[in-house]
Design a protein. Structure first.
Lengths: 368, 127
């Protein structure tokens, strides 16, 4: 059975094209993916991402539990801060990627991918043996709305947002007289917020954001533009760029993995070994040198030899070029500025290896 | 008489339009184009290429995916709408007068058109 978010009828009323995504009936676009993409880069957009999972972790062994399941050092996570994490299996391959928030003493919120909630929960339960931890899946009770773009802050101020917060923090806040949890995070490479609300309030909040946002050019944004936005920002998509056979080091996520974490965690031996000795494959950014479009699962060649595969590919409405992420063998000749070929409908097309992200991200807001 | 009254449509959303000189214009229906969303790339055949009914003769790519386009009847390509290569978005605006894909000389017999539908019936079939 396909699930619907509490905002499903809103999307239909707005004329969205609905598609099945990870078991949910979700809007892929309202008007045009390209137009919606540009709206987020230039002004502000509103996304329904209520399909994402919310899992609360509590109990006196919460920290020990989280330390065991992610490579990141959760002991260093301060109150009301967020950290991007991965959930590795024992071989270092990724069951999911997550955001973990510290909401209080022995009280954490884990946001996981819609398609992976069941796997994540199974894995968490298997890893809690002997620990005093409560794993509380509240995904069905919460809606998640993302307000993203350079004018996102202005829209929420207009709505009476009463807190000031840096990127990657979460705070209880009041908007239009309602209490909710607001996180300054997103999946677009832009500044923005994600609003965690109880389902009952989601429709009212959706309408109010669109209403208050009108003067800032706000538009509802579908999953189509969410995908093109995250690709330009080179943010990984689980299922495409991450899977159970890929470690965070291979995925180019070394920056997120501490080298000095004392506690053991699943896959630590593999991950630490790769940090020291390197990996066999690596994730690179590609820019097509003609008008062709590289897509998921297309093969990558260098000097006539197959060296890898595209994991995400598409258009960049901002660069006016076609871009992709690909896993290739870790060869020093496949470096920034070098040329590889992508097999598209039995023809090879040149692509340049470029730095990631493809655009400058603007999502690091610091408060002095 | 509007253009949709003169075309025949395939179930895979291509159309043919018979021209005065007995050649056919081939393209995608407005429904197909709407379903695809923003069209960002087109791969078209070359003049002289021959295709059997049902064969892939072109590829259209939207933001989301690449889709193959099939020949509704057998034919030899006599003209390609080259203007679409630099402006594939034309298809989103109008897939008939400006956004047609190729013109062909039919190489099969008329019976090949038996499974093609008039526009009104095609629309009804979609509902």
């Amino acid at each position: 059975m396909t699930k619907e978010t509490y905002l499903h009828d809103k999307h239909v009323q707005l004329g969205a094209r609905m598609v099945d995504f990870a078991g949910w009936h979700m809007p892929v676009q309202y008007t045009s993916i390209i137009e919606e993409h540009k709206t987020v880069r230039e002004n502000v957009g509103l996304f329904d991402v209520s399909h994402m999972g919310e899992v609360f972790v509590s109990g006196k062994d919460s920290l020990a539990f989280l330390q065991k399941i992610v490579p990141q050092d959760i002991s260093k996570l301060a109150y009301e801060k967020a950290v991007y994490c991965q959930l590795p299996n024992k071989k270092g391959g990724l069951i999911d990627d997550l955001i973990i928030y510290k909401l209080g003493i022995n009280y954490y919120l884990v946001i996981c991918n819609a398609a992976r909630i069941d796997e994540d929960l199974n894995w968490m339960v298997r890893n809690k043996k002997g620990l005093d931890v409560k794993i509380d899946n509240q995904s069905h009770n919460y809606s998640l709305l993302a307000v993203q773009g350079p004018k996102a802050d202005a829209v929420l101020r207009k709505m009476g947002l009463d807190t000031i917060q840096e990127s990657f923090t979460i705070k209880p806040a009041t908007i239009c007289g309602k209490k909710l949890l607001i996180s300054r995070t997103g999946y677009t490479g832009e500044d923005g917020y994600e609003l965690l609300v109880e389902n009952e309030f989601s429709e009212e909040l959706w309408d109010k954001i669109l209403d208050y946002g009108k003067e800032f050019g706000i538009k509802p944004i579908g999953l189509g533009a969410r995908d093109t936005l995250r690709l330009e920002a080179a943010l990984h998509l689980y299922g495409n760029d991450l899977d159970e056979n890929t470690t965070p080091i291979e995925a180019g996520l070394s920056w997120s993995v501490p080298k000095d974490k004392k506690e053991d965690y699943n896959g630590k031996d593999v991950i630490m070994n790769q940090i020291q000795n390197g990996t066999e494959k690596k994730l690179i950014g590609l820019k097509m040198l003609d008008k062709s479009i590289a897509r998921h699962e297309y093969e990558v060649y260098k000097d006539g030899e197959k060296v890898g595969v595209i994991t995400s590919g598409g258009i960049s409405p901002i660069l006016n070029a076609n871009i992709a992420l690909a896993y290739v063998k870790n060869d020093k000749n496949i470096c920034t500025g070098s040329t590889v070929q992508v097999m598209i409908r039995e023809k090879l097309h040149d692509a340049e290896v470029v730095k990631k992200p493809f655009i400058d991200k603007r999502n690091k807001i610091k408060i002095e | 008489m509007s253009i949709t009254e003169k075309i025949l449509c395939s179930k895979s959303h291509e159309y043919i339009l018979k021209n005065e000189d007995d050649t056919y214009t081939v393209g995608l229906t407005d429904y197909a184009v709407e379903q695809l969303g923003d069209i960002v790339f087109l791969e078209l055949p070359e003049t002289g290429n021959e295709f059997k009914k049902g064969e892939t003769f072109a590829t259209v790519e939207s933001v989301k995916a690449a889709s193959e386009i099939y020949m509704p009847i057998s034919g030899k390509v006599i003209e390609v709408n080259e203007s679409l290569v630099d402006a594939p978005e034309t298809l989103n605006e109008d897939s008939y007068e400006k956004g047609w894909l190729v013109k062909i000389e039919a190489t099969g017999d008329e019976a090949e058109q038996n499974d093609l539908l008039e526009y009104e019936d095609y629309k009804e079939e979609l509902e």
